[in-house]
Design a binder for this molecule. Structure first.
Ligand code: 2AM
Ligand code: CA
Length: 270
């Protein structure tokens, strides 16, 4: 077997583990959803929050991965896991709860996200939204929502585009967000802000939204899985200047690929 097909076969095997890890991790989080939670601020910002559930879910997901692939690298938001995807080899990228502020508030828009990257590129992904029981997954060439094939929207007119801006809550992010919101309202259709980057990317993949945009560098656990699902559903993901998106890219423009140049032109200038 040559190296390429060897990688294909093992990516296929890892896909099953990826889905198991996201679904079972999401169920761990669901057990404590809308219960009394102790919320810790990670830094000075009260909206940059973490709970014991975030850590318990990451531990669970890492143990599912580690039982089957003990030698693979693991990247994760919490504790002392790796914080970015290595350039070479296989790496798992885990966000135990994407949308922690929603989770803590009892809002249903949050996901457990697991991606597999090979040499820096995502090759398999699962995003599970337990509170609404929506599972978005993609392996090689096929993306599904709850087992049904999905494709991006067919919207072509930028004035009809619904766009989700992806930003955190830090001061620099807020300033950039203000400019992006203005551009969306001036030059495109409408906006949504879910507070969960993986839900936005999964939504573009399934045609629920037309695009999602960030002008800042996001964390790999907020993006890798959703970018892979979007690409397998026929969408396009680039950095802010229109180059193919990779973990660590500056900015992210993810769309149905019907007006991608217009999006890059509008947001690169923001
Ligand atoms: P989290 O819930 O895992 O923290 C909020 O709109 C989105 O941005 C969520 O996906 C959130 O992920 C993420 N986010 C929050 N703070 C961030 C930061 N400082 N940098 C990048 N992304 C952030
Ligand atoms: Ca998180």
């Amino acid at each position: 077997m040559d190296d390429a097909s060897d990688a294909d076969t093992s990516d296929c095997d890892r896909f099953e583990t990826c889905v198991d890890a996201a679904e079972s991790g999401g169920r761990v989080a669901l057990d404590s959803f809308r219960s009394d939670l102790v919320v810790e601020a990670k830094g000075d910002d009260p909206l940059d929050a973490v709970t014991a559930v975030d850590r318990a879910v990451q531990d669970h997901v890492f143990s599912v991965i580690g039982d089957r692939y003990p030698d693979d690298a693991v990247v994760g938001e919490e504790d002392d896991a790796l914080k970015s995807v290595p350039e070479s080899g296989v790496a798992w990228v885990v966000d135990p709860i994407d949308g922690t502020v929603n989770y803590v508030g009892g809002n249903r828009v949050w996901m457990t996200s697991v991606a597999v990257c090979r040499d820096g590129d995502p090759v398999a992904a699962a995003n599970y939204a337990p509170a609404v029981d929506d599972l978005y997954v993609a392996s090689d060439g096929a993306a599904t929502r709850n087992g049904e094939p999905i494709t991006v929207s067919e919207t072509t007119d930028p004035a009809a585009f619904t766009i989700n801006p992806l930003f955190g809550v830090s001061r620099p992010h807020r300033r950039e967000l203000a400019g992006v919101v203005e551009t969306i309202l001036d030059e495109f259709g409408d906006l949504r802000r879910f507070g969960c980057a993986q839900a936005a990317l999964s939504g573009v993949a399934a045609g629920e939204l037309d695009a999602t945009v960030s002008t800042v560098e996001l964390n790999d656990w907020d993006t890798a899985a959703g970018v892979h699902i979007l690409r397998q559903a026929g969408g396009r993901a680039t950095d802010i200047s229109g180059e193919r998106w990779r973990p660590g890219s500056e900015g992210l423009i993810a769309s149905n690929d019907e007006a991608h140049e217009e999006l890059v032109a509008a947001f690169d200038a923001t």
